[in-house]
Structures are given as C-alpha cells and as structure tokens.
Design a protein around this ligand. Structure first.
Ligand code: RB5
Length: 144
C-alpha cells in the first residue's frame, strides 16, 4: 500500500498519478488535500511521513508545486528519506543508493507523463542492499 499526499500545487498531478497507479493495480490511500483549495504543504508532508513510519504504508508519494517544501517537511521525521526527483535517473538512485521511502514530485515542474515514468522507476527499483549504502543510511539516522 502506498500513501499519497499533496498540497494545492500538486493536486492536479496527484490525480494523474492516482489514475496511473489504478491502471497498474497498485493500492494507495490519498491522505489529502482532497480538493484543489489552498492549503499548507507541511500538513500533508507530515501525514504521509507518519503513515510510512507507522507501517500503514510501505512507501509514500508527495507532491507540491516544486516538490521542495513537501520533501523538506517529510524529511523532518527521523527515518524518513524523502527524495525530490525530477528525472528517472534520480528516482533509480534514490531507491538503489538511498533506499528512499518517499518520492517527492513537483506539480509545476513535471508533466504527467514524466511524473508517471519517474514514479514507475521509483516503485520498480529495489534497494541495492550494498554494505556501504546501509552504513550511510544508518549514519543519516544518527544525525541530530
Ligand atoms: C504553493 O504555492 C507552493 O509554494 C508549494 O506548492 C510548494 O511548491 C512549496 O515548496
């Protein structure tokens, strides 16, 4: 199960990604914003981050205008590795090297087609499990 969330800047792109996930038969829960009205991205970054940390969702997808604010919000939570990706290569590395557990996207940066391709790479790429990557990820969680 995936948790997906956005502010108003990511709302339209979120609808496109949800349709794409449905087509792929991937289960998700939309944690809001549930209508295209002005709202604050930290609220939805926090909701998706908490769902991932609680184990209610395996992975998360967050979308705001640029992907910046909402990824900053999610990354305030220890254990969250939220990667704001603008290319398929970034999505691949975010999983292989960083074992990112949330993908952030920019609704005013990417076309629907680009965002769906990036999402597919993110979902379909496994963590490399390399010893050096495990060590670096553990260091992330020891920073304060
Ligand atoms: C909202 O207008 C916009 O600031 C927000 O979606 C996001 O881009 C912030 O980083």
């Amino acid at each position: 199960m995936l948790a997906i969330g956005s502010d108003h800047g990511g709302y339209d792109l979120k609808q496109e990604i949800k349709a794409h996930l449905k087509e792929r038969g991937i289960e998700f829960e939309d944690l809001g914003v549930l209508e295209n009205t002005s709202c604050d991205y930290p609220d939805f970054g926090a909701k998706v981050a908490k769902a991932v940390l609680a184990g209610d969702a395996e992975l998360g997808i967050l979308i705001c205008g640029t992907g910046i604010g909402i990824s900053i919000a999610a990354n305030r939570f220890k254990g969250i590795r939220c990667a704001n990706c603008t290319s398929e290569y970034m999505a691949k590395m975010a999983k292989e090297h960083n074992n990112a557990n949330i993908l952030a996207l920019g609704g005013r940066i990417l076309t629907g087609e680009e965002a769906c391709r990036i999402t597919d790479v993110f979902l379909d790429t496994p963590f490399s499990d390399g010893e050096r990557h495990i060590r670096r990820i553990e260091k992330l969680d020891s920073l304060n």
